[in-house]
Design a protein around this ligand. Structure first.
Ligand SMILES: [Zn+2]
Length: 652
């Protein structure tokens, strides 16, 4: 189970990380028109020949793939710890952004689109939609700049403010980062210390309150300038092609059908006094399953388990290149992500395979790190499989950026990480040193302990989304109103015994890119539940099922050519609802255990994958700029060499 409670959703993918990076720069409304672009534009104005349509398409595709690659290559180096490329990275980013925001190019495409016919018209319409997503009407440019400056001011404040707590015994101030205090609230055995961390975090949450109120007003003004009722309506429409009403009808349904869990948690509190205090909940509930499960998730075995499992599903990277940098090291970005320097594009009608890099921060030998590494391989490996399988000719449909939907991207990665966290997978692939598989008894004990919480799994995401919705809808917003909404939402979605303004410490609300976008993870949870249910109904099983891989590949081929809702319908044959998700989290304890046993029984008839790993990818394992091994000889040989190298890294 993924823990989402009281934990700010971490940037699992590069997109979020990149957004953070992007926000570091001031927005440049200035157009940077490349010479080549100018030429094409002038040509069009002077002589709009039909031939220029195909030239324009060739230019758009090649240029976007090139600008994307230049930025992503620097991005990877920078995030892997080479700070000398930061300036070059920002310049490459500015060039790519200027291309997408170029008003001249946009009007060229619009004009050409009117005249074009057949498939060219369709292709140009794709580019028209693409450019539309990044255009800022001239009248809103100043406002956009003001918003960016204010966000930058808040970011600086957050990055430089003194963080720490007051030691309850000595009364002295102890410096500690917000992240550290959050970990301490979950792991420190001393309740007064946990409480001190909670109080310090509450205070820190208020530091940008005044500017935040101003920011909300400006963002709403911007969205209204674009013709939307408020900033939330604008974001959900452009990101996911949905309305607020659609989203909150799904979320409202989930809340109503799962809130009974709060009574169960109150009952748990009778046996665990103080459980509902915000500084106790995470600590008291987590238990020590991580330690007990650890021997079954050794990282030196993870690579082979991933390769075999993806091969058994028939996942094929279509001749693409994968570069994996999995161990933590000083100076490296502190979160897992996947990105695609070379995107799928076509040259003279021929498809060029793409490349993907992915990373995480495994500390080899640390308890829980093997499971974390395994999760990364499935999650980020899922993102890579999605984008590397596209057969869309227009390169703007093959990146992780709009028109790509976050909810749809996360559907694949999260679907594949639920494969590796399923009991069917664990009892087949997760083995300890002696070769014994993950015991069912361990699963059963874990479910028995956390069962009352399972139904609240999505509350943390709905909480942030609902809070932001109300913030953007509130007339004459002021500091008091923000605090009142923050506390009321916290009480509604967590039912703790103390009030909290925790939501004001969620970093996403302070950046225009990530504000009013938190629902993406929630929507992905709904769509993957619906997809899982669809596969279980159709085939009876998911792990090692080639048919599952085949059906996923069919939708991967479509790149970003549909909206999230359209994709869900294509994949699962049904419109998106919350039903499958609700069914999966509201099962009784008895049903959950019986269901797990039934699924394991079905797997007995499914033969284990024993053939060599076949992913149709050039894979290399790296550590920063150091190349460890590759799969030139075979995946198995690479996995063995990586394992050997890993054992030399213990304790480093
Ligand atoms: Zn992801």
């Amino acid at each position: 189970m993924k823990k989402k409670i009281l934990k700010s959703k971490k940037p699992k993918n590069a997109k979020r990380a990149k957004k953070i990076q992007k926000m570091k720069k001031a927005v440049k409304p200035k157009k940077v028109v490349e010479l080549k672009v100018k030429k094409i534009h002038q040509k069009r104005v002077v002589k709009p020949k039909p031939a220029s349509v195909s030239k324009l398409l060739v230019f758009l595709n090649a240029q976007y793939a090139k600008l994307h690659r230049e930025y992503e290559n620097y991005f990877w180096l920078s995030y892997m710890g080479d700070q000398t490329v930061t300036k070059a990275m920002n310049e490459a980013l500015a060039k790519r952004d200027a291309f997408r925001a170029d008003a001249n190019l946009y009007s060229t495409v619009c004009e050409a689109c009117k005249k074009a016919k057949g498939s060219s018209k369709k292709k140009l319409a794709t580019w028209k939609l693409f450019f539309e997503k990044f255009q800022t009407p001239p009248a809103l440019l100043v406002l956009k700049k003001t918003i960016a400056e204010l966000e930058s001011k808040i970011r600086t404040l957050h990055a430089t403010q003194k963080e720490g707590y007051t030691d309850p015994k000595t009364g002295t101030f102890v410096e500690a980062s917000s992240v550290k205090m959050r970990t301490m609230m979950r792991t420190h055995p001393d309740e007064p210390i946990r409480k001190a961390c909670f109080e310090a975090k509450e205070k820190l949450s208020l530091s940008a309150l005044m500017d935040y109120v101003t920011l909300i007003g400006l963002r709403n003004e911007y969205a209204r300038g674009l013709g939307f009722e408020d900033f939330y309506a604008y974001k959900i429409s452009t990101d996911e092609g949905m309305t607020k009403a659609e989203l909150f009808s799904l979320f409202g349904d989930i809340y109503e059908k799962t809130k009974y869990a709060f009574d169960d948690i109150r009952k748990m509190e009778e046996k665990m006094p103080g459980l509902r205090k915000p500084w106790n909940f995470g600590y008291m509930i987590s238990g020590d399953f991580t330690k007990e499960e650890d021997p079954y998730f050794q990282f030196d075995d993870a690579l082979l388990a991933w390769g075999r499992s993806f091969s058994a599903l028939g996942i094929d990277y279509r001749g693409g290149k994968l570069t994996l940098d999995l161990l933590d090291r000083k100076g490296k970005w502190n979160n897992g992500f996947c990105h695609y320097p070379d995107i799928i594009h076509y040259k003279n009608g021929k498809r060029t395979p793409a490349s993907s890099n992915f990373t995480c921060n495994v500390v080899f030998g640390q308890v829980g790190s093997g499971a974390q590494g395994l999760n990364t391989l499935f999650h980020e490996g899922g993102h890579a499989a999605d984008r590397l399988n596209s057969i869309q000719t227009e390169s703007c449909l093959n990146t992780e950026y709009p028109p790509a939907s976050t909810a749809w991207a996360e559907t694949h990665s999260m679907f594949l990480d639920t494969v590796s966290s399923s009991i069917e997978w664990k009892t087949r692939y997760a083995k300890n040193e002696k070769g014994e598989v993950y015991p069912f008894d361990l699963y059963e004990r874990k479910v028995r302990k956390i069962h009352p919480l399972i139904a609240t799994d999505l509350m943390g995401i709905i909480f942030v989304s609902d809070y932001e919705r109300e913030i953007y809808e509130t007339v004459d917003l002021n500091e008091e109103k923000v605090l009142e909404i923050a506390k009321r939402m916290f009480a509604k979605y967590f039912d703790r015994s103390e009030e909290s303004v925790y939501v004001l410490s969620v970093p996403h609300i302070y950046s225009s890119d990530s504000s009013a976008a938190y629902h993406g993870y929630g929507l992905a949870e709904l769509s993957l539940s619906q997809w899982r249910e669809y596969f279980y109904n159709k085939y009876g099983y998911i792990v090692d099922n080639r048919e599952v891989g085949k059906e996923m590949t069919e939708v991967w081929k479509l790149g970003s050519s549909k909206t999230f809702k359209e994709f869900v319908k294509i994949a699962t044959s049904k419109p998106l609802t919350a039903d499958a998700y609700i069914r999966s989290v509201t099962k009784s304890l008895h049903d959950m255990i019986t269901d797990a046993k039934r699924k394991m029984l079905i797997m007995e008839k499914v033969p284990e994958y024993t053939k060599p790993v076949q992913l149709n990818a050039k894979i290399q394992m790296v550590h920063g700029t150091k190349m460890i091994c590759d799969n030139k000889k075979s995946f198995e040989e690479m996995a063995e060499r990586y394992g050997k190298w890993l054992r030399t890294q213990k304790g480093k």
